[in-house]
Write a protein that binds this ligand. Structure first.
Ligand SMILES: [Zn+2]
Ligand SMILES: [Zn+2]
Length: 326
């Protein structure tokens, strides 16, 4: 294992918890499914669970972006969406709970959905913890000053007990964190947003959220092309269906088919799509996945018929709580 990744938030734009009515409807459908599958006893429940993956029961999750990357020597966190709250509780069980924690947190950009969990990230409130924050954008400290400020939040930045260290990353320049190397590349988003190429021992993760993917050709991607080359796993923005991307030009988000175009051409081995629209139900996300599946199969057939050299890709829509290794 070179890299272990956990997705703590896969929703985009705004946390999207289900309402009690939606939960009731989810339970109703599962009961229907259970009994119509011929099950009737309590002992059948585990068998029923094994028939489907987690999304069938729990959906894609409502927390906004936060991913945790673990190598043999280092932990990195990318983005502080609402998913970082639960990660904070987990960290508090280790050195962070004793004021001996060292956290490294990278930001892609400062839209609310990538910051909103920070005021509830408990390690920030423990004296002794060293919190290192990184971004390409030069205004990182002033963003923190705004976030931890009355009347938006009762504790001002100087009232946080942990020590915060601010670090500027240089565009397209690698930075080493023990055995992890990260390189920021620019994505296509209304306010500048930087994706990360994260490498450990020859394994590569590309984190490409948020992006509208206006640039997909090698020529257009230019200096940002290396983000997508020689990649084992790419996490990509699929907030919309292809039709919605046409209706929502300049909203800063993509459809899965755009990510698949890049992945198939560049030979990315696996793609996970996230930043799901807060307005999308599970059914809508499954529909978008089915639409992307049709697109992908058409492209694979075209490639077999002699169209430009395209690679087959293992891909799926990601959900909160998903863990994988590369
Ligand atoms: Zn976002
Ligand atoms: Zn954004």
């Amino acid at each position: 294992m070179a890299l272990k990744i956990r997705i703590w938030g896969a929703r985009g734009s705004l946390p999207a918890p289900e309402t009690p009515i939606q939960l009731q409807e989810r339970i109703r459908l599962l009961f229907d499914d259970f009994f119509s599958s011929g099950y009737s006893k309590k002992t059948d429940v585990e068998k029923f669970f094994k028939r489907f993956d987690l999304t069938h029961f729990g959906g894609f999750g409502g927390n906004t972006p936060c991913i945790e990357v673990l190598s043999p020597q280092q932990q990195l966190i990318v983005d502080g969406g609402s998913g970082i709250r639960q990660l904070g509780y987990q960290l508090m069980e280790g050195p962070c709970g004793k004021g001996k924690g060292e956290v490294h947190l990278l930001f892609t950009h400062f839209h609310w959905d990538h910051l909103i969990g920070l005021p509830f990230f408990t390690p920030l409130f423990v004296p002794g913890n060293q919190i290192h924050v990184y971004a390409v954008q030069p205004d990182l400290k002033s963003v923190f000053e705004t976030l931890f400020k009355k009347p938006y939040f009762p504790v001002p930045l100087e009232g946080l007990a942990a020590t915060i260290h601010y670090h500027a990353l240089e565009p397209r320049k690698p930075k080493q964190f023990k055995d992890i190397q990260i390189t920021p590349y620019q994505l296509d988003h209304p306010d500048p947003c930087w994706g990360y190429r994260i490498e450990v021992g020859g394994r590569v993760l590309a984190y490409c959220v948020d992006t509208e993917a206006n640039r997909t050709s090698r020529e257009d991607l230019g200096p940002d092309l290396p983000l997508y080359q020689g990649v084992d796993v790419m996490i990509f923005d699929a907030q919309y269906t292809l039709m919605e991307t046409i209706e929502k030009i300049n909203w800063g988000h993509a459809a899965a088919s755009l990510g698949l175009d890049i992945a198939m051409r560049e030979g990315v081995k696996r793609v996970l799509f996230m930043h799901h629209d807060p307005a999308s139900s599970d059914a809508k996300i499954f529909q978008a996945e089915a639409e992307a599946r049709r697109y992908y199969q058409t492209q694979v057939r075209a490639a077999k018929d002699g169209a430009p050299d395209l690679h087959e890709v293992d891909w799926s829509f990601a959900h909160e709580g998903m863990e994988f290794e590369i």
